[in-house]
Design a binder for this molecule. Structure first.
Ligand SMILES: [Zn+2]
Ligand SMILES: [Zn+2]
Length: 252
């Protein structure tokens, strides 16, 4: 089954020319949102995509450029659309997402105290244990190294497409994705400076060209265009464009 991805944003955490790096994934009839950051509600509005297309949301980690739009998403799905999507989340993130990021704004509902389960059908994942979440849609979370001791995850879809989430340069992770058969590696990319919490373009350029050909770059800074022809055999994904994997399948 082909996978279609619309990048509703491709920006790094503080990018201003680009929306937060969040992706709308279509796999058969199923629509999966990967992350939903601060700018995601506006990005979806600009794209004229109603929120109720979302069947499930996957959280890679708890930085605001990945979950900052959740309050609006949850309130609008519940009250505008009466929809309760699935939430795919590594088990260690469930309590912190609610207690530290969402509870202050969402706990007090008209019908009494609310919990995460009032808004989502929560589907906990354990890293490295894949789950089939819909017919033909299999997800696996892999731990990434982003901030020390902070749980953060990449996602593998159908052993075919790897989406890095946020991570430092980690050749073993990239190899693990290829070992699973992934042909498409969507990878975050810091354009300049030292890669303390992210993978730099210079680091990614040390990968063999055969691997670079599989890499699609995302989560970049506002000056991406200055690097457009400096990415070796890798390809910068463009905000709001729709990509089909394999690319030969015509994008909708
Ligand atoms: Zn980020
Ligand atoms: Zn992050």
């Amino acid at each position: 089954m082909s996978i279609t991805i619309r990048m509703i944003g491709t920006g790094s955490a503080f990018a201003k020319n680009y929306f937060n790096n969040n992706a709308l994934v279509t796999c058969g009839d199923y629509t999966l949102m990967i992350d939903f950051g601060i700018t995601a509600p506006l990005a979806m509005h600009r794209l004229n995509v109603p929120l109720d297309v979302i069947d499930g949301v996957l959280v890679t980690h708890l930085h605001a450029d990945h979950i900052g739009g959740f309050e609006e998403l949850m309130l609008r799905l519940k009250f505008d659309y009466n929809k309760k999507p699935a939430l795919f989340i590594e088990e260690r993130l469930v309590a912190p997402l609610w207690n530290y990021s969402l509870r202050g704004g969402l706990e007090f509902g008209a019908g009494g105290r609310q919990t995460l389960d009032d808004f989502f059908r929560v589907v906990p994942f354990r890293a490295g244990v894949p789950q089939t979440v819909a017919p033909g849609v299999r997800l696996e979370l892999l731990p990434t190294r982003h901030f020390p001791d902070m749980p953060s995850f990449a996602v593998v879809i159908n052993d075919n497409l790897f989406y890095s989430g946020d991570t430092v340069f980690d050749p073993k992770l990239i190899q693990a994705a290829q070992d699973r058969g992934c042909e498409y590696l969507l990878h975050e990319c810091q354009l300049e400076g030292q890669g303390l919490f992210h993978a730099t373009l210079d680091e990614l350029l040390t990968l063999p060209e055969t691997v670079q050909r599989k890499i699609w770059l995302m989560h970049y800074g506002d000056n991406m265009e200055q690097f457009a022809d400096k990415a070796g055999a890798m390809t910068f994904m463009r905000q709001h464009e729709t990509y089909a994997f394999p690319p030969s399948v015509e994008a909708k």
